[in-house]
Write a protein that binds this ligand. Structure first.
Ligand code: SAM
Length: 211
């Protein structure tokens, strides 16, 4: 029986070895947790985990950390990870608002943001994962050569994110407003939301921001 069908699954998740409890204790020592010196790549708002689980299977020499705010969503990724038992993947139920409490300066090599919540009202702009507040957090935890990769089908959010990154002094590259019809399409790993929105005919936007 799958974990999500078991009564008390949420409690069981608390003792699951793939869910990191109290991630603050690993700040600055994540490579010890993985037992190697490989790069660390983080997805914020991983949802059900299709993207990160695919990457972790393809790239055993990279360590992946999936961050998701809601346990009900994270449980879907956990169920899959229990089947695959990927040693290079850890999952966290965590709010990215507090990112710097779990990662040391320069500890992360790459941050993925996929189809982040758009928070369309102006008064909620600071909650967007591509707002200046979040870019300041990313700047602190990313290695100097690290970068942020962002995908969305939401054109307004994309334009906001491009402007916000530039205003924060980040350099933009690989900017496309139609990723699936771009030269990078072949190596693109899709997310659950990406598959859904793309099937509805929405072009997918993508940018990479580095310092
Ligand atoms: N990345 C997945 C995809 O592309 O299929 C899920 C996209 S979904 C629209 C956004 C996800 O980000 C939700 O699961 C939400 O709970 C999560 N999320 C939003 N804000 C977050 C935060 N501050 N910290 C961690 N996760 C967050």
């Amino acid at each position: 029986m799958r974990l999500r069908n078991i009564p008390g699954a949420r409690e069981e998740m608390l003792v699951n070895p793939f869910i990191v409890q109290d991630p603050e204790r690993l700040r600055g020592i994540w490579r010890e947790e993985f037992g190697n010196n490989n790069p660390i790549r983080v997805e914020i708002g991983m949802g059900k985990g299709q993207f990160l689980l695919t990457l972790a299977q393809r790239n055993p020499d990279v360590n992946y950390i999936g961050i998701e705010k809601y346990s009900s969503v994270l449980l879907r990724a956990l169920t899959r990870q229990e089947e695959l038992q990927l040693p290079n993947l850890r999952l966290l139920r965590f709010d990215a608002e507090n990112l710097e409490t779990i990662f040391g300066e320069g500890e992360v090599d790459r941050i993925y943001l996929n189809f982040s919540d758009p928070w369309p009202k102006d008064r909620h702009a600071k909650r967007r994962l591509t707002s200046d507040r979040f870019f300041a957090r990313y700047a602190r935890v990313l290695a100097p050569e690290g970068h942020v990769e962002f995908k969305t089908d939401n054109v307004d959010l994309f334009e906001f994110s491009l402007a916000e990154a530039e205003a924060c002094g980040w350099k933009l590259s690989h900017v496309t407003r139609d990723l699936h019809n771009s030269p990078d399409a072949a190596e693109n790993v899709t997310t659950e939301y990406e598959d859904r929105f793309s099937a509805e005919g929405n072009p997918i936007c993508r940018m990479i921001a580095s310092r």
